[in-house]
Design a protein. Sequence first.
Length: 222
Amino acid sequence: MEDSVASLGCDVAVVPLDLEQIDSLPAKVKEAQAPFGPIDIFISNAGISQRSYLHETRYSVIERILTINFCGGAALTIELLPGMYERGSGHIVVISSIMGKFGTPLRTGYCASKHAVQGFYESLAAEAAPHGVFVTVLVPGWIRTDISKYALEGDGSPHGVVDPGQAGAKGPDAYMPGMLRAIERRRYEAYFALNWKTRLARFLNRFFPSALRAFIRRLNVT
């Protein structure tokens, strides 16, 4: 660990881990806290997407998406909470998705994982507040990343294509200032990078859910 800090030339420690290896995560939390002490803020950002219809998808693919997107982050959160409660302070930040608010074709497993994130951390926010621990859920829409390129096909292979919607979107740097403000202000939930489709879908989901389902059936979701 000391070598990791020294090689970067600053007070940073890098602890590689695999979120699919749930049993290894408690030891990784201890390893991460060894150089600098307790973790004050935990940002859960790992994720993998999907591009396949459910009837063409192996269950193992759904299981892998759920493990990476939800179970691994939840396991790390559970490991960190007792120490945060004992100190009376801490902040859990999780990157969700607009797909955690409604579902679309080609993303059954991905949407399931993000809906799980939304429910889990909304419940945790109510539990943690009396202990001085805050929860922030960041809900992005279209951001230019490689998430669609490495999304899983029905057989578990990478999609291999950057979707047009993402290719034409702004990169993460455009939204970092707003995300940091939301964390600093301890907001529970904040939305970013919503295009006209996702803004309309969010409006319909809130006021006209039946219309949303009809809209999504006709929507190009890539």
